[in-house]
Write a protein that binds this ligand. Structure first.
Ligand code: NI
Length: 158
């Protein structure tokens, strides 16, 4: 496994639409491992492949407190949503900032696992927010486009 460089706002790769994953091979499995390692090292709860410069529809998420429940989504699609939540959001590609974004409170995603089997997963609250945020990355959308009001500086000393 290896850490990958996280691309930051202003890098054109973050505005591009990613392409579907067509097969799971050794290279893709290595990519997934690297994404997980990179996300955990950066204390993130989600990372999309375009954030490390790879235009594939691949997302890793882990919203568990100890970082031991990784969710790996190939070719994810949001198939239903309900409710809404308004809260703080940040992104590893926009270091030191956060902003208020309204998202659905419950989100169901259809995706493929590492055996290319289709599955569905439903998340609420933070997980629902992470699904929306990371899937947006696959379409070249960064949350700053959806922020209500101003981006704020995150005081890391707090
Ligand atoms: Ni992000």
């Amino acid at each position: 496994m290896a850490l990958r460089q996280i691309r930051t706002l202003g890098d054109p790769v973050l505005t591009k639409k990613a392409k579907p994953v067509k097969e799971v091979n050794e290279k893709l499995l290595d990519l997934v491992d690297d994404m997980l390692e990179t996300m955990y090292e950066a204390n993130g709860v989600g990372l999309a492949a375009p954030q490390i410069g790879v235009l594939k529809r691949l997302v890793v998420i882990d919203v568990s407190p100890e970082g031991e429940e990784p969710i790996i989504l190939l070719n994810p699609e949001i198939i239903s949503t309900s409710g809404s939540q308004t809260g703080d959001e940040g992104c590893l590609s926009v270091p030191g900032k956060s902003g208020t974004v309204t998202r659905p409170n419950e989100v169901t995603v259809r995706a493929m696992d590492l055996e290319m089997n289709e599955f569905e997963i439903t998340g609420t609250e933070l997980l629902a927010r992470a699904f929306c945020h990371e899937i947006d990355h696959l379409d070249g959308i960064v949350y700053v486009d959806k922020v209500e009001g101003e981006l704020r500086n995150v005081n890391s000393e707090r």
